[in-house]
Design a protein around this ligand. Structure first.
Ligand code: GDG
Length: 479
């Protein structure tokens, strides 16, 4: 692997040394630290007053890593972040055309911020840097950098799913977005399903040619595109699971719910996560399997997310209505079927919560990967493990075949599977758990990072051969 300096660009950045940082921040932080790297992104603050398309750069050291942060003006935040990223790209990429707002003209802000980030990042770059851009907020960043003359290797990883071409084409600027991807040397996707969608889009809509393994030529450029399913930091999560906070949490839950069996869901409160569908299936199980009354308790931790996007407040109302109705209809004086918590739980408690639950419910309608599924499995005791119920529409389902796979749109079917999970014999639970852990361990976050960066180093030679000097611009969006 190359010894170049690594530059990570993501919408938000995290101090990898802080305990609240998740496995991804830690894994990227490690790679950055090794090469004395730079992490560039939005600080999460909105500058008042601020000027659209302008920002102040603030850099600080976190160990060997340089964190370079910018603030956003209110207008840029609303159009780039709340608008195009989270009210167009997020819903459409999760196949929710009904929730997308194509009318707001937010694409101008999205382009403006990507251009501003390119302009701000460029002077910080060195000739042999390797740049790794993350996620849907920054699709056109490489094209903007190339337009300014940047020739360094640039890779892109999409953390969310890529939808089928017929859905993607609903975005008025779909061609501009996909053309922008060809300014990267490497495009990484979460799953083979996403790769099939990419393949079909570029072949059908852009008359791309396959010019080598994983290599596509279209829009006058060549890009390498490949699936790199993201993993978790298994060892870090195991350590977290042995620490005092996790052990205490598990003991307390077991004591508190000594007569019950716990089913657990941990998600951001997001419409892609299938939260209402999960409560409906649980309710359906209570209705059709009365012996589960007073026995099973569903704990739903739905941490607050993007509250100022309308679709999220509608979801919250729907979910609270469903939980309330289930408790009202089935609850007893000494048993509430659903415990719903709309708060962020401290990360140190998560492995303990997972361990105390005999069923983990990960039932998104669409999900790029879903790391909670992997965390739940790793947190289990191998001698007496819980059962993972996993949506077939999560990227993780391609790897975690020994989970009980469900269709979250099928309420009765999912209710039956949850019931089966509650009654699964020990030997079968152990067998499934062993296979799941082996897979999660083999394809952990370090594997993900190393294989992406290795492919990026190789992609450089592949794609530079094909790249004519002035072709890397993405042009303008149609709107
Ligand atoms: C995107 C893609 C892809 C959740 N609630 C709390 C909390 N969490 C932690 C979990 C897990 C992480 O957040 C969530 O990761 P997911 O993968 O499940 O989902 P997204 O946030 O939607 O992430 C997804 C991922 O990017 C990585 O590529 O897998 O498909 O959508 O680590 O444990 N953490 C704390 N309190 C909570 O209440 N501390």
């Amino acid at each position: 692997m190359s010894t170049s300096r690594l530059v990570v660009v993501s919408n938000r950045l995290a101090d990898p040394r802080k305990p609240a940082a998740g496995g991804l921040a830690v894994a990227l932080g490690e790679a950055l630290s090794k090469s004395g790297g730079l992490w560039f992104g939005w600080s999460g603050t909105v500058d008042e007053p601020g000027t659209p398309g302008e920002c102040r750069l603030h850099t600080r050291q976190a160990g060997r890593v340089t964190l370079a942060e910018i603030g956003l003006s209110r207008e840029d935040h609303d159009s780039y972040y709340l608008g195009y990223s989270n009210s167009v790209l997020w819903p459409v990429f999760h196949c929710r055309l009904d929730l997308a707002d194509f009318e707001s003209g937010a694409v101008a802000g999205y382009r403006r911020v990507n251009r501003m980030m390119a302009r701000t990042l460029l002077p910080l770059l060195r000739d042999d840097d390797v740049i790794w851009v993350h996620d849907y907020h920054l699709i056109p960043l490489a094209a903007e950098l190339r337009a300014l003359g940047c020739r360094q290797r640039i890779g892109f990883f999409l953390h969310i799913p890529l939808p089928p071409p017929v859905i993607l084409a609903a975005i008025p600027q779909h061609q501009w977005l996909m053309r922008s991807l060809f300014a990267y040397d490497l495009v990484g996707l979460q799953s083979e399903t996403d790769m099939q969608h990419f393949d079909r889009y570029v072949l059908e809509e852009a008359q791309a040619e396959r010019v080598g393994p994983h290599l596509y030529r279209a829009f006058g450029a060549v890009v390498r595109a490949q699936a790199f399913p993201i993993g978790i930091d298994v060892e870090e999560f195991e350590r977290l699971g042995q620490a005092r906070e996790a052990v205490e949490t598990c003991d307390r839950m077991r004591e508190e719910y000594a007569r019950r069996r716990l089913l657990l869901g941990i998600d951001r409160l997001d419409y892609s996560k299938g939260l209402p569908q999960r409560v409906r299936a649980f309710r359906n199980m209570l209705q059709r399997y009365p012996e589960t009354h007073s026995d099973a308790t569903l704990i739903m931790i739905a941490s607050p997310s993007r509250d100022s996007v309308n679709a999220y407040s509608d979801l919250r109302q729907e979910l609270e209505g469903l939980c309330g109705a289930t408790n009202g209809d089935y609850g007893e004086l000494d048993w509430m079927p659903v415990r719903y918590i709309h708060r962020m739980v401290p990360r140190k408690r998560i492995p303990g919560l997972c361990r105390a639950a005999c069923v983990g419910l990960v039932t998104p309608l669409r999900d790029g990967m879903n790391l909670v599924a992997k965390e739940y499995v790793v947190a289990q005791e191998p001698e007496d493990p819980g059962v993972l119920v996993l949506s077939r529409f999560a990227g993780a389902a391609e790897q975690l075949k020994e989970a009980l796979l469900v269709n979250p749109y099928d309420t009765t079917g999912m209710a039956d599977v949850i019931h089966r999970a509650l009654h699964m014999p020990l030997e079968e639970r152990q067998r499934r758990h062993r296979a799941l852990v082996a897979n999660i361990r083999a394809f952990d976050v370090h594997w993900w990072r190393a294989s992406f960066l290795k492919a990026l180093a190789e992609a450089d030679t592949d794609t530079q051969v094909f790249r004519p000097p002035a072709i890397s611009r993405a042009g303008s969006p149609a709107h």
